[in-house]
Design a binder for this molecule. Structure first.
Ligand SMILES: [Fe+2]
Ligand SMILES: [Fe+2]
Length: 359
């Protein structure tokens, strides 16, 4: 059963998710909570809204509680949960879970719920402010990188490491959706794209269990992958429509230009330069600039290529509508011989947000 209003829910609008198998209690709590925050009330087993709630109130028998993945959103930022426990406390770990007996008076349940809503609202505001700072900082770094590269000045490794930290921190704190929303508020396409690819790379890296060091290398490579575009004329980069064959040939030189630029600096790992040079290669050997095929394309390159293509397809452009996440994935799967199919299968749930709460 679809939660009432679930399909139309605005992702920015804070709400409380109430899961209860007691209709009378559910209605009473929904009405009272609705006075302070939008409340989505459902039975256990209902299809849940895809947006992240501010608070979950769970009022269900123990066998239902055991199947609930309360760590919705990102593992480092689980949704606060008020559990109305039956037959004694339920062993659910985590400081984000508060328990009351299901027999507690309704006023006590509401007092706890309101206190938790207040806490969640306060920390959401702090997170929002930090996210704006992170995105502004990372955009300034990326803008500076492109300017320096265009002018032939040195790229400072310390700036790239700082940008990498900003992306990793922000994505693990707020998730890829909020990161992209914030990035897309900036209107310079190549910076948006760079930060989008870096955000997807950070998310993908944690999904496949990379440690902080490897994720850092991956995000660094993503931040630099298109640095060669700094030497491509802006009229070609921002052309609202198809390129002429001559413009296309010039555009196709950006991986080579970027890799030469980084090699000349001498401060970047070979794996990162490999990504910059080869992120437009294809597994079937029909890519550029070196027409590499199969095993000659490293895992790091394969991961960044997937993030790159997905970002490009889902970005807002003046001359076309962006593809939705599922549409972009379908295009990528159909483009046989291009991307690594196993990695693509792992990437799909990351971007479709399938790691959601299920009761
Ligand atoms: Fe590129
Ligand atoms: Fe790119």
């Amino acid at each position: 059963m679809l939660a009432p209003g679930a399909a139309a829910r605005n992702a920015d609008q804070p709400f409380v998710l109430l899961i209860s198998d007691r209709p009378a209690e559910r209605m009473a709590l929904e009405r009272a909570i609705g006075l302070v925050m939008d409340c989505c009330a459902v039975e256990p087993g209902a299809i849940l809204p895809s947006a992240r709630p501010h608070l979950v109130i769970l009022d269900a028998p123990p066998d239902r509680v055991a199947t609930v993945n309360i760590a919705v959103g990102t593992p480092t930022r689980p949704v606060p949960c008020l559990l109305l426990a039956r037959g004694g406390p339920v062993p659910v770990p985590g400081a984000h879970v508060r328990q009351l007996p299901a027999t507690a008076p309704r006023q006590a349940v509401l007092a706890s719920a309101f206190a938790m809503i207040e806490d969640a609202t306060r920390s959401a505001e702090t997170r929002r402010r930090r996210l704006v700072e992170h995105v502004s900082g990372a955009t300034a770094i990326v803008a500076d990188l492109f300017d320096s590269a265009a002018l032939g000045a040195g790229l400072r490794r310390i700036d790239i490491d700082r940008g990498t930290e900003l992306v990793l921190d922000a994505v693990s704190e707020v998730g890829i959706g909020a990161w992209l929303e914030a990035v897309w508020r900036h209107d310079i396409g190549v910076y948006q794209h760079t930060l989008g690819v870096a955000g997807h790379a950070a998310t993908f890296g944690s999904k496949i269990g990379l440690g902080r060091g490897d994720r850092g290398r991956l995000v660094r490579a993503a931040l630099l992958h298109d640095i060669g575009k700094s030497r491509i004329p802006v009229e070609i980069l921002n052309k609202p429509g198809p390129l002429t064959p001559e413009e296309f040939r010039l555009m196709q030189r950006h991986p080579d230009i970027g890799a030469s630029l980084l090699t000349a600096q001498g401060a970047f790992e070979p794996e990162v330069i490999d990504v910059v040079r080869h992120h437009h290669e294809r597994l079937d050997g029909r890519g550029y600039p070196d027409r590499l095929a199969g095993a000659a394309i490293s895992d790091l390159v394969r991961i960044v290529s997937i993030c790159d293509v997905f970002s490009a397809l889902t970005e807002r452009r003046t001359y076309r509508q962006p593809a939705s996440g599922p549409e972009a994935l379908a295009i990528m799967v159909e483009s046989e011989g291009h991307l690594d199919p196993d990695l693509l299968r792992t990437f799909a749930p990351v971007v479709l947000g399938n790691d959601t709460l299920a009761a």
